[in-house]
Design a protein around this ligand. Structure first.
Ligand SMILES: C[S@@+](CC[C@H](N)C(=O)[O-])C[C@H]1O[C@@H](n2cnc3c(N)ncnc32)[C@H](O)[C@@H]1O
Length: 395
């Protein structure tokens, strides 16, 4: 299907939805009672997101925020409140009907927030060629839009171009646990439903890394739909355009504290728990970002740790029975690859079948935030417990 056809069909679909107020897309976790206090109903009723990227409080006072595919403006208006009168918010959308509703309501929100002048503007534009200057944005947000763009890699490159060094993104979108089959990709109607254009989690995160972002990690995860065995789910991901590194490095070594027994970062550096790893200044900047910083001790001199040290962290497998129940774990950053203390190796975005015992392990603090857990068993399963060998895992 030609790219122009996809873009035109998606735009027509959202123009129609905006003019009829039709309900679309996925459940979000907005506090609508709170939003109603300053955002008009006309905007709230055409909220078509799959997350709450601005409501996650990742946006700070005084920042410049860009919302890609701003629709009726719900996230721009929430960002407008969070950045305060000294901040600035830019919403980009390709659909005139959406832009008209957002622009009409902007002065009302400005008045409701008590600002002397508007801090939010809406520009017409397409996500893969945005009307935004280079290196100007502190935070890029987007809510259920990039899956609709025919060339995602171009969008990721655009995001990197406009982000300031030291800037970041927090994006909610629909992804799939496996490649979407061709019969769905070529179904123009399903593009508008945020299905046909969904990337796998691996491709999404790899595309962001190739564009230049680092420290990409999961903020929220929520299952959405299963179509012919393909699991579609909503994720909110955060990542960084690293700042320019200082001339004199203050950190030369990183020691992994755990609970992962080893990890590979997005620059390809490998770390073994407890063993000091020499690092480059760029890597020190990366490991200084949240949540990576909580997994390492950063030092000027090599620093070793062993299991008796209170800073060492591990989650040992329990002696519970191991039952196969259809669960798969998708590791979602901030590393390319990690290993646990039970012989499992998790690669970013790649589903790995896990038993009940491993599921319990992945719910422990230090792990839980970084895994999306799906159940691929069509119906309930009633497998018997498997005996695990004493020297290793059962799965
Ligand atoms: C699912 S709606 C989400 C709207 C808004 N983010 C929200 O949460 O309510 C998708 C929006 O993205 C816009 N859009 C889709 N593809 C786009 C693209 N390639 N460039 C710019 N805008 C796009 C559509 O016009 C529509 O307003």
């Amino acid at each position: 299907m030609p790219i122009e056809d996809i873009t035109e069909k998606v735009s027509d679909r959202y123009a129609k939805a905006a003019s009829t107020g039709e309900q679309m897309c996925c459940p979000t976790s907005y506090d609508f009672a709170d939003l109603k206090s300053f955002i008009p109903e006309e905007v709230l009723k055409i909220s078509y997101g799959c997350g709450t990227p601005a409501g996650l409080k990742t946006v700070r006072a005084g920042e410049t925020v860009l919302d890609i595919g701003s629709g009726g403006g719900i996230d721009c208006f929430e960002a407008s409140r969070l950045v305060g009168p000294s901040g600035h918010v830019i919403g980009i959308d390709m659909t005139d009907t959406m832009l008209a509703i957002a622009r009409k309501n902007a002065p009302i929100v400005t008045t409701n927030l008590g600002y002397a002048s508007p801090n939010v503007e809406f520009r017409k534009g397409i996500a893969d060629a945005m009307p935004v200057s280079d290196d100007t944005i502190d935070v890029i947000i987007s809510n259920c839009v990039i899956n609709l763009a025919p060339d995602k890699r171009k969008v990721f490159r655009e995001m990197f171009r406009v982000a300031k060094p030291g800037g970041r993104f927090t994006i909610s979108d629909i992804v799939a646990d496996q490649p979407v089959p061709q019969y769905l990709v070529h179904d123009a109607g399903k593009w508008g439903d945020c299905l046909s254009g969904a990337l796998t989690l691996t491709d999404y995160m790899t595309g962001m890394t190739e564009a230049g972002f680092l420290g990409i990690h999961l903020t929220t995860f929520s299952p959405w739909q299963v179509i012919d065995g393909v699991h579609f789910f909503s994720v909110t991901l955060t990542g960084y355009k690293l700042p320019v590194h200082p001339a004199v490095p203050a950190v030369r070594y990183a020691t992994l504290r755990g609970p992962f027994s080893r990890v590979v970062d997005e620059r390809g550096t490998r770390y073994q728990r407890g063993i000091p790893q020499p690092i480059e200044p760029e890597t020190a900047l990366l490991l200084g970002q949240l949540p990576l910083t909580s997994y390492f001790l950063l030092s000027l001199e090599p620093l070793s740790l062993d299991h008796t040290d209170s800073r060492w962290s591990a989650v040992l497998p329990s002696q519970a029975p191991c039952v196969w129940q259809g669960y798969f774990a998708l590791f979602a950053g901030p590393f390319l690859e990690v290993a646990d203390d039970d012989h499992h190796v998790y690669r970013r975005g790649e589903p790995l079948e896990i038993c009940s015992k491993t599921r319990d392990v992945l719910e422990a603090e230090g792990y839980v935030a970084h895994f999306a857990i799906l159940n691929r068993a069509g119906q309930g399963v009633s497998g018997a417990a498997v005996t695990c060998s004493s020297d290793g895992g059962c799965c």
